[in-house]
Design a binder for this molecule. Structure first.
Ligand code: 5GP
Ligand code: MG
Ligand code: MG
Length: 178
């Protein structure tokens, strides 16, 4: 798969180091709060797995699967829930774990929904942030790396369901899209 890459943006080593940093900050923040970490499928899977192994506190995990209504030209922030949580979030400290925030549509919707469900707190950690893509006023509370306004793959992020298993993050060669 590496031959399909135009360039590597973030190496496996850089990711590992950053995940450790984030895990240390999150452990401090959530110690004694038994947080519920909610991974948004499928992209957050590698980050979630690496992050929780570095967090030395009591915590729980759960997953949601969502899809955007319509297409990327629709910026209503409306999402369809394909798989909901198995956990009641009332009174819980919820931490969303994401692969990337682009328009912000997905997380703006989920954050509102979880406030409505009476979570004690709702925060976001994302390994990648693409601030130039933002259409809704939403920020992550913890960000791994900012990426430029380009389509990235690897470490959970796909191009038509491939490349999620790359241990690094990069940009595909233009001919791959043809
Ligand atoms: P948002 O709702 O913030 O626009 O969208 C977030 C979702 O769009 C991400 O979880 C991811 O699935 C997808 N996405 C946004 N930017 C990229 C990108 O550069 N590469 C890939 N592979 N997916 C992206
Ligand atoms: Mg995602
Ligand atoms: Mg995708």
């Amino acid at each position: 798969m590496e031959k399909d890459m135009e360039r590597i943006l973030i190496s496996e080593e850089q990711i590992k180091e950053k995940v450790k940093e984030l895990a240390a900050e999150l452990s401090k923040e959530y110690k004694g709060k038994n947080p519920l970490l909610v991974g948004v499928l499928k992209g957050a899977l590698p980050f979630m797995a690496d992050l929780i192994k570095e967090m030395d506190i009591y915590l729980e995990i759960d997953f949601m699967d969502v899809s955007s209504y319509g297409n990327e030209t629709v910026s209503s922030g409306e999402v369809k829930i394909l798989k909901d949580l198995d956990t009641n979030v009332e009174g819980r400290h919820v931490l969303f774990v994401e692969d990337i925030i682009d328009t912000g549509g997905t997380l703006a919707y989920l954050k509102d929904m979880f406030k409505y469900r009476k979570a004690a707190s709702v925060k976001i950690v994302t390994i990648l942030d693409k601030p130039t893509g933002r259409k809704l006023d939403i920020q992550a509370d913890w960000v791994g790396f900012e990426v430029p306004h380009e389509f990235v793959v690897g470490y959970g992020l796909d191009y038509i369901e491939n490349y999620r298993n790359l241990p690094f993050i990069g940009i595909l060669k233009p001919e791959i899209y043809q």
